[in-house]
Design a protein around this ligand. Sequence first.
Ligand code: ADP
Length: 361
Amino acid sequence: MICACFVLIGVIGWADYKTLHKMTFSIFYLLPITVITWASNMWTGIAASLLSAVIWHFNDRIGGQHYVYAWIPYWNTFVRFSFYIIITIILSRLKQSMDRSAELYRKLEASYNELKQVEKELELKAHELSCSNADLEQFAFAAAHDLRSPLITIGGYINLLRKDYGEKLDKEAHDLIDTALRGVRRMELLINGLLSYARLESRGKNCVRTDMDEVVRTALSHLQDAIHKSRAIITCAPLCTVMADDVQMVQLFQNLIGNAIKFGGTVVPHIDISGEQNEEEWIIAVRDNGIGIAPENFEKIFGIFKRVPSKTDYPGCGIGLSLCKKIVERHGGRIWVESEIGKGSVFYFTIPDAKQPEIEE
Ligand code: ADP
């Protein structure tokens, strides 16, 4: 194609020559120059421009034109050559920018396809994960449920043994029975914890507008006994209204306030509940003056059945905070703790603002 265009320049020159340079041909050189520049590059375009200008000049000289000054034909040739060059440069720049746009578009398309692929894989993984989570929850639920009835039977039989044969048994046998019953009770506690954990998702309700002040009041009413016994002083700043499962919110506050009372240590528990809003979520804090938590346990305590070893003298089975974590995450939030041993702890959790539309149903 480029060769054909160079031939075309020759043909135009030949026609110009044949008509004794009496017809205007200079404009026709533009066609092959344009095609050459577009099909190859700027330098080939300049070469074609130069060739065209030289041919034009040659035809002008042998065409027998008379000029007043000798330099006029050179000036004319120079003007034509400059015109061709300008066209060549503009065209090659245009082509370069179009090539760059096309390259950019190709890259964009490739990234978009890659993104689509990743999105598909992510969807697949999320689906697999939710299936395996559902299976695990189902398994935990079935296991906990099935374990409960034999455990109740064992407890019943041990109690019956003590009732019917208590008089015939010595102190050592009574101690053994007590230990066995303690084990049964602890097992019951663990199974109940596991059941509530497994039920969180399946028994969770849809999110509705929930007044968190009301939620705290309900949680406190459930903890009346513990508050009364510990003489805990509880203050609560006005909180927010959020989209939430109100029953689970009560459960969340009940666990956090219950822990603040339980791990109060030797001092009278002072518990403060407050909330502050940032751009798209509420950060709620439950602050206490209890025994505190060592930094190395900040993450660990949110795991299921995870308790801090030195606190085994406090009752519990290590499920409360894992429930809290699951509830908060189900609502699209985060939970964390800041604490200092002997000075108290602050449990923070976030919950999307009621205005945020994408809260999980
Ligand atoms: P449990 O209360 O049954 O031990 P949790 O999951 O509620 O289980 O708590 C896990 C651990 O976190 C507790 O064993 C305790 O060591 C620590 N913890 C939780 N809340 C507090 C608190 N307010 N102050 C100090 N330690 C706490």
